[in-house]
Design a protein around this ligand. Structure first.
Ligand code: PEP
Length: 251
């Protein structure tokens, strides 16, 4: 089965509701008629409902930037998968490095979030990636394998192809430093090999692995030309409609 590339914008903690609606409309216009790729945007929680309404009728999928694992309960500050379903979100980013490193989310918590997302029919985008220190210590593969295998723990063969993985080297996020295309491809191929070991090759070949870390109009084409790069998770360059438009229309 051919993997449909996914270009995803993570809007992080930016934009008012009005600004998010304006950008959402621009992304919907950019995505009109696209058949060979999918587009996703992840506004802040406060803008989700308005952005979902703004892109209605377009192929753009709207994601949350995180999700809790229970339907409801005493979890102050969290948003449940049912609440996301209720507003019409269809995907959720999990384990973003900012969640891991600023807010202390560990692999076990990311796993709970991922299982919660799957249980309530949200497509999870599981982020994994090493810090600069870990790369310099030669620990990239070990860290990525741990984050991946622990993140998807408990997901059976019947559901694994619904998971999207995003390789985001922490040293490349928001820094302007992108992993070289061969450097990124090497880790993507490794991720697919780990998945093939945990499931089977056929299933591993169906899973989309996005690259994230300073993806820009200037580097998207060469990254997307790599055989195991199936899309991009874009932060900074997703906040301007012109640059995201060019990224969506990678060659
Ligand atoms: C991100 O937020 O996931 C990201 C990759 O950010 P940036 O593109 O700005 O590096």
């Amino acid at each position: 089965m051919a993997r449909i590339p996914l270009i995803a914008g993570n809007w992080k903690m930016y934009l008012t509701v009005a600004e998010a609606v304006e950008l959402g409309r621009a992304v919907a216009a950019s995505s009109k008629g696209l058949k060979d790729r999918e587009v996703m945007i992840a506004p802040s929680f406060t803008a989700l409902a308005a952005v979902i309404e703004a892109v209605a009728g377009s192929p753009v999928k709207v994601a949350a930037q995180n999700v809790a694992w229970e339907k409801e309960g005493a979890y102050t500050g969290e948003i449940s998968p049912v609440m996301l379903q209720d507003v019409g979100a269809s995907m959720a980013i999990l384990g973003h490095s900012e969640r891991r490193h600023i807010f202390g989310e560990d692999n076990a918590m990311v796993n709970q979030r991922l299982l919660g997302a799957l249980k309530f029919d949200l497509t999870p985008v599981l982020c994994v990636g090493e810090t600069l220190e870990e790369r310099e210590q030669g620990a990239t593969f070990k860290v990525v394998e741990e984050q991946l295998s622990q993140g998807i723990k408990g997901v059976g063969s019947d559901r694994i192809s619904r998971v999207v993985v995003a390789y985001e080297p922490v040293w490349a996020i928001g820094t302007g430093k992108t992993a070289g295309k061969e450097q990124a491809q090497e880790v993507h191929a490794f991720i697919r090999k780990v998945l093939a070991g945990l499931y089977e090759k056929k299933l591993a070949d169906e899973i989309r692995i996005l690259y994230g870390g300073s993806v820009k109009p200037e580097n998207v084409d060469s990254l997307m030309a790599q055989p195991d790069i199936d899309g991009a998770l874009v932060g900074g360059a997703a906040l301007q409609s012109e640059s995201f438009d060019r990224i969506i229309h990678y060659l």
